[in-house]
Ligand binder design. Structure first.
Ligand code: PMP
Length: 393
């Protein structure tokens, strides 16, 4: 059997492969990007599920519309109008099977083989994987402390057939970095006269534990804006509920066609259930419990990094979200470090799969949301022991 170039050239998920190795109970894993299960509102979701069935009967088990359950789209539109000062209607919202599906649909409707995608480097590996299925040319632009590097962005925009720019402006996966207000404006000013879509993938935006919420880069300002949202990090990832927000009618119609071809519609049972959950509970109160938890967990990991890691190792200090990004600076690659870490039963994700143009990098991703305080400290101590014991190259 000859398989398609599309799949043969798509990286299989490095993280899932790592998670297979790190799955045993004695391994301390900072590898996954899993929300803390104590943040799932299980009892309240159960009430929502019961209410959804009581109120809607067999409709919750029937086929449904591709765009999604109208009251849920209205809820999302109202919320973003209120919190982000947008001016959207339910027609500007398309429910997707997680925001992961949104990524694949966007690439499917815009990319012919070889067309350009500008992507943050390092960037979300699930996006790299999903876009790869459309056989694009990636134009990586360095993600710095303040956001995309502007000089690199300017030259990437000069490349042929660039269709969209993919960004995660808040608490980025994998770096935990957030674009400053100033850099958002600079990026917007640079792209506004180009015929290119700006995707702002924002599954973590509500999980800010330091500083002020910032406006989106292009949402509310440009018809070429696409914002992606998700309930995965704030309510539950298992229900697979994400959404696309865009006022670009033509784009939304193509996305709906692609979605129809892909799965007809997003799980309608989940949509009814989450709608009942959202409209009968204090959602923001729930989000604040997650924020308090992640603030504490990030602080414990950061304190341990400051206390035990050698000073030549640098790391980001996130203002929200789930990740810290470490740069080794000691001559060791992240893969070498990973192999040594596995010998002492600690896992993380080496940086390699987050780059489209580099290998043998010296960066790595740590997740702090899924470990207890004791485990966070113990894992960092074990990693520090390896670094302290390794002579400088
Ligand atoms: N975008 C980013 C930046 C992510 O980190 C993730 C989850 N790891 C997703 C999209 C996909 O999330 P979901 O499909 O669960 O909404």
């Amino acid at each position: 059997m000859q398989y398609s170039n599309r799949v043969l050239n798509t990286p299989s998920s490095f993280i899932r492969n790592i998670l297979k190795v790190t799955d045993s109970p004695e391994v301390i894993s900072f590898a996954g990007g899993l929300p803390n299960p104590i943040s799932f509102p299980v009892a309240k979701l159960q009430e929502g599920i019961n209410r959804a069935i009581e109120l809607n009967g067999s409709k919750v088990f029937q086929y449904s519309s591709t765009a999604g359950y109208l009251p849920l789209r209205q809820y999302i539109a109202d919320k973003y109008n209120r919190t982000h000062n947008l001016d959207i209607s339910p027609n500007d919202v398309l429910l997707t099977t997680g925001s992961q599906q949104a990524l694949s649909l966007i690439a499917q409707v815009t990319i012919n083989s070889g067309d350009g995608i500008i992507i943050e480097e390092p960037g979300y590996l699930g996006a790299i994987q999903s876009f790869s299925m459309s056989e694009p040319t990636f134009y990586p632009v360095a993600l710095e402390q303040d956001g995309l590097n502007l000089e690199e962005l300017e030259s990437a925009l000069k490349q042929p057939n660039v269709k969209f720019i993919y960004t995660v402006p808040n608490f980025q996966n994998p770096t935990g970095l957030t674009y400053t207000a100033e850099r958002r404006e600079e990026v917007y000013n640079m792209i506004k006269d180009h015929d290119v879509i700006l995707v702002e993938d924002d599954p973590y935006g509500e999980l800010r534990f330091e500083g002020e919420h910032l406006p989106y880069i292009a949402a509310g300002k440009s018809d070429n804006s696409v914002v992606l949202g998700s309930f995965s990090k704030t309510v539950t990832p298992g229900m697979r509920l994400g959404f696309i927000i865009s006022k670009n009618r033509e784009l939304m119609e193509h996305l709906e066609t692609a979605k129809q071809a892909s799965d007809l519609h997003t799980n309608i049972f989940s949509q009814y259930a989450i709608y009942e959950y959202l409209t009968h509970n204090e959602y923001m109160e729930h989000v604040h419990t997650i924020i308090d938890l992640y603030r504490e967990q990030s602080k414990i990991m950061l304190d341990a990094l400051n206390e035990y890691f050698p000073k030549d190792v640098s790391f980001t200090v996130p203002q929200g979200g789930m990740f810290i990004w470490v740069t080794l600076n000691n001559g060791m690659t992240a893969l070498e470090f990973f192999n040594k870490a596995m010998e002492v039963d600690v896992a993380f994700v080496p940086g390699d799969p987050f780059y489209t143009s580099k290998t043998n990098v010296n960066t790595l991703r740590l997740n702090y949301t899924n470990s207890s305080p004791e485990v966070l400290v113990e894992g960092i101590k074990r990693l520090a022991n390896i670094l302290v014991a390794t002579p400088k190259a």
